[in-house]
Design a protein around this ligand. Structure first.
Ligand code: SF4
Length: 333
């Protein structure tokens, strides 16, 4: 019995693990590999080797703090914080004391960044205020996750102390959401223009998404110079309109994480996956998002009491896979 893998796939993997990036057709070929095949394991091995060569042994924890809960009128169909989902009936913001306590906890437990997420109608001025306040209280890089912004708003974020902005053109953007993908891209370019780091993920992946749509978003992340860009699967909250479509497995997600890693090549500082799990940590991922506060994947107002994993949990998962969360972050150098 031969242990050799398909030579054509082997050639793609050799190029990919050198960090030069792979083409659209090559990425599509890898995404279509059978999950049981040796080629899929070789793909994960190549992505793992590339990440360990480029990120050293640094494992990253970027602490998501969801600032508010609302029945969001934007009604993105994969999100639990929508008016349509009917889970949350009131607009509430977590008290500043809670947000400060989470930020201090993040600092004490070695978070590499604080990702402040707000919902569709959250006042931008309030996000700036919270950023300014956190800047005085903690010494952890601040990343905003909010609606589309203009150049002037990008400058305001920088002035308030933010250094990065999480923004994705989501799968199904413009179909499952009311947002124009072109406007989302415009915001991504604003980030580059004003000097905010762009943080990205291919999300929220479900079984129904065509490989072409997934790969095109991976290529966009490379082209537009994302600081990191991994893969997050869609979580179907109870009663989600996406429930009949199911969810992808962690194993399928790890395969996508590996393809995405080879696409990004030597252009990125880290590679994320969500929700936290072990397998992707041997398939090119080294960045987790522990979570508290609101989350579009949870029916609990505070995901720290629901699906969200703690910084300690994420650090333990990283260490088990030989990623060291105590080293300095590569993302903000
Ligand atoms: S993803 Fe954001 S904008 Fe869309 S419904 Fe959820 S909170 Fe609102």
């Amino acid at each position: 019995m031969s242990w050799r893998i398909d030579p054509a796939v082997g050639e793609i993997l050799d190029r990919g693990r050198d960090g030069a990036g792979i083409s659209r057709d090559e990425a599509l070929r890898l995404l279509h590999l059978d999950l049981e095949s040796r080629e899929t394991y070789a793909l994960m091995e190549s992505a793992n080797a590339l990440s360990r060569a480029h990120f050293g042994s640094k494992g990253e924890n970027h602490f998501h703090i969801g600032l508010n809960v609302e029945p969001c009128p934007m009604d993105c169909s994969f999100c639990s914080l929508t008016k349509k989902a009917g889970i949350f009936s009131e607009k509430t913001e977590f008290p500043l004391e809670d947000i400060l306590a989470w930020a201090r906890q993040g600092q004490a437990e070695g978070a590499d960044a604080l990702n402040l997420m707000s919902t569709g109608t959250f006042p931008f001025s309030r996000l700036l205020e919270i950023g300014r306040r956190l800047r005085q209280e903690v010494d952890v890089p601040l990343v905003a996750n909010a609606r589309d912004i203009s150049h002037a708003e990008g400058e305001q974020l920088l002035d308030a102390g933010f250094v990065g902005f999480y923004h994705a053109i989501r799968l199904g953007e413009g179909r499952d959401t009311p947002f124009d993908p072109a406007r989302r891209l415009q915001t991504i370019r604003v980030l580059g223009d004003v000097g905010l780091r762009w943080m990205n993920c291919i999300e929220p992946v479900g079984p129904e998404h065509p490989a072409e749509e997934i790969v095109d978003l991976m290529l966009l992340a490379r082209r537009e110079k994302a600081t990191y860009s991994g893969v997050m699967r869609r979580i179907n909250f109870p009663g989600s309109p996406k429930e009949p479509l199911g969810m992808i497995s962690e194993r399928r997600m790890a395969q996508m994480v590996a393809v995405s890693r080879l696409v990004m090549g030597d252009t990125v500082r880290a590679h994320c996956t969500h929700e936290p799990h072990s397998l992707s940590l041997v398939a090119g991922a080294n960045l987790f998002f522990p979570e508290v506060g609101s989350s579009p994947r949870d029916g609990h107002a505070d995901t720290g009491k629901g699906r969200g994993r703690s910084i300690g949990d994420c650090a333990a998962l990283l260490r088990e896979m030989a990623w060291d969360p105590s080293l300095p972050s590569n993302c903000f150098k």
